[in-house]
Write a protein that binds this ligand. Sequence first.
Ligand SMILES: C[C@@H](N)C(=O)N[C@H](C)C(=O)O
Ligand SMILES: [Zn+2]
Length: 208
Amino acid sequence: MQMMTEKNRVRCEFIADHSEFRSLDSINGIAIDLRYASKNNFAGRNLYGSLNCRYLHADAAKGLDTAVKWLAKEHPAYRLIVLDALRPHRVQNLLWEELESTSLRKYLADPARGSIHSFGMAVDVSLVDGQGQLLDMGTAYDDMNDLSHPSLEDSYFASGALTEAQINHRLILRSAMLGSGFRGISTEWWHFDFGNTEVIRQTYTRIE
Ligand SMILES: C[C@@H](N)C(=O)N[C@H](C)C(=O)O
Ligand SMILES: [Zn+2]
């Protein structure tokens, strides 16, 4: 296993000069509402402060370009909205502290391993309609409970806790993302990693 060296870590303040990363503003056709750059998140405060986190690694940005094109062709009434993208490692630490002594840490990557967001290789996304309104996914973004788990959707549909429309919205989002090289996780309908997470942790640049 390759050890992470200093050259694999870059402070977020220098990201604009780093050729591996692409601004979200270069991805045509997406909406952007970075929740951790506002008070509208589970911590209730702006966690990014003056840091510009409107970035992704170029590999993941290319995947998002593909997802945008698929959606425009197959579901032109809907658009992707990016709720989080690059998340500096120092902010992952803040999120981890925020959930100390709770059972909710299972919804976060342990900073000891590192979040794929901190490599710019994960995105939190949803769908908006033509008016920019979020589609109903059955739970809100970062709603840390079982109803958000893709792995439990079938049973929640059977019990009536999730409607057909809510499941359909999730399926459209998932089709756009999985068909473009992203992988979902079992506990969050909004989170997608691009590529092999072990390779990313070992070889990609982590933003501090
Ligand atoms: C906290 C949530 N939005 C999230 O992104 N979780 C993943 C697993 C992470 O922390 O990397
Ligand atoms: Zn995420």
